[in-house]
Structures are given as C-alpha cells and as structure tokens.
Design a protein around this ligand. Sequence first.
Ligand code: BJW
Length: 258
Amino acid sequence: MTTLNPDEEALAQARQAVHAASRIAVLTGAGVSAESGVPTFRDAQSGLWASFKPEDLATEDAFRSHPERVWNWYAERRSRLQHVQPNAGHVALADFQQRHPGRLTLITQNVDGLHQRAGSTDVLALHGSIADDRWLDPCALARRPQDACSVTVAQPGQPPQCAECGNLLRPDVVWFGEMLPAEALRAAEYAALRCQVMLVVGTSGAVYPAAGLAHTARQAGAQVWVLNPHPSELDEVAHGFLRGPAAEYLPLIFGEDD
Ligand code: BJW
C-alpha cells in the first residue's frame, strides 16, 4: 500500500471532493494570477505597490485628492497586463468548466481579466474590470441624469477629462467604500449558498463582502478548502488547506484522471 504524505493526502481529498460534487464554487483572489507575473496587493514589493496600502490608493477619496497618482497606478498595471498570460491555474479552471458545463461557478475578486482570457465563461467579477473606464461624476452640464459626458481630452500621465465640464474618467473597478455590482454579488451569494464544495484560491480573505462568501458556504453546509501557500484570514473557515501555488495545484485538482 502506498502511504501519502500530508500534502498529497490533502490534495487527494480536495480532488475527490471536487470531482464528487455537482455544484462547485471557486472564489479567487490576486494569488491565482501571481504566477502569471501580476503582483498581489498585500505581497507587493515595488513601486507604488510598496509605498501605499491598497486602502490608500483604491478609494474614491484617493482618486479625488491625487488623480494623477491613482491614474498612473492603474496605467502601470494595465500596461503590465498586456505582457502577461493566463497561467496553468486559470486554464485548469476554464477547461473544467468547458468539460462540465454548469457545474462550477467562478467568482473572482480580480480585475485583470485573466480568467476570461483563459476561456472561463460567466465569471462573476466582484470588483469590476481594469480594462474599462467610467465617468467619476454625473455630467455637470447634462439636462438629464442619464446623459454622460462625451468629449474627452487626455494629457499624458493624467486621467482623461471631459472637455466641457471637467469630469474625470476613472477605472471601472470597485474601490473601498463602494458597492459591488449587484447582480454579480447576488449570483455569487446564491452560488455560495448552494455549492457542495467551495475552493478559496489565492486570497488574503481580508476584503468583504467577497471573503464573507466562504463563511456563507460553510454555514450552508459546503465543504470549504483553502488553496494558498501562506496562511490567510479564511483558514479558520476551511475544512482543509492546500499549501501551495495555484498554478501548480489547480491542474492537479481539476485535471482529468490519466
Ligand atoms: C498565492 C500565490 C500563489 C500568493 N498561489 N496563492 C466587513 C468587515 C470589515 C470591513 C468590511 C466589511 N464589509 C465591508 C467592509 C469594508 C471594506 C473592507 O473589506 N475592508 C477591509 C480592508 C477590512 N469593503 C468594501 O469597502 C467593499 N464595499 C462594500 O462593502 O460596499 C458596501 C458598502 C458601501 C458603502 C457603505 C457601506 C457599505 C469594497 C471592496 C473593494 C475592494 N477593492 C480592491 C481594489 C479593486 C480594484 C483594483 O484592483 O485596484 O479589490 S482592494 C484589493 O483587495 C482588490 C482585491 O480584489 C482585494 C482582495 O485582495 P486579494 O485578492 O485577497 O489579494 P491579497 O494581495 O490581499 O492576497 C493575495 C493572496 O495570494 C495572499 O494570501 C498570498 O499568500 C496568496 N498567494 N502567491 C496562491 N502562487
């Protein structure tokens, strides 16, 4: 008889749980993109990432006080995303969804679009998309509230502005203190309530309401697994841990048998 070491044992259990479940929810965070070369928020070591906490940059107040600083943070991240690719973890999830339609709900806090680029469909993107912009304020000159600004001027290193009223474009992401997209959040809560297994991948579990989905799943009776090389704030919710990198472990969990 072969004896498995604790890591192999956990991996085998998680894999078995996933393959036995008809309703799986996967909640991802920045760690799932780390091996694609996208820095995580709270591990970041360089540039603005090191100088400011996410709470100091990812807020409307920060943007209103220092629009250039925040805009350039996003510009740098957008530029980096042009040179990265989905990794084996993103691909494993997308392949599983394609092989098993309707079985896996993918909920992500990431704004990088890498799950979608890997081929995942119906991704519940709780914190928006870094690829998109929207106006910061309603147009000051509009006659009707639904009318948006239309004429945009851009100076290098500054957020584009409405030439007529001075309104600024901002990234279409969810900052601290802002509501999450209602439909995506509702669908994510529904998936958390109904799933038999939830796998939480590469998130510190520090940001709510996303982190609360793991609590919801656990309270509703799901088996909860955490995949993260380091301890996270959601460890206390988990039935089991996988202490490893997402790009290596996700293919082992979601791949087909040889
Ligand atoms: C690997 C790896 C590898 C490394 N493989 N893993 C309840 C309690 C307390 C506070 C609140 C609460 N409810 C709401 C709040 C307030 C607030 C909040 O949560 N604050 C906390 C900081 C305490 N939440 C909000 O404000 C939210 N809105 C809201 O609640 O609206 C309702 C409301 C509004 C108004 C009034 C009243 C109520 C909005 C939260 C928005 C978060 N936005 C950001 C920025 C998005 C845009 C952008 O990208 O710039 O989202 S912040 C940032 O954090 C980003 C991320 O999605 C999010 C989570 O980060 P994540 O993914 O966990 O990354 P890291 O870096 O923290 O962790 C990486 C992990 O990966 C680590 O664990 C590593 O070990 C691991 N890792 N390599 C696997 N290879």
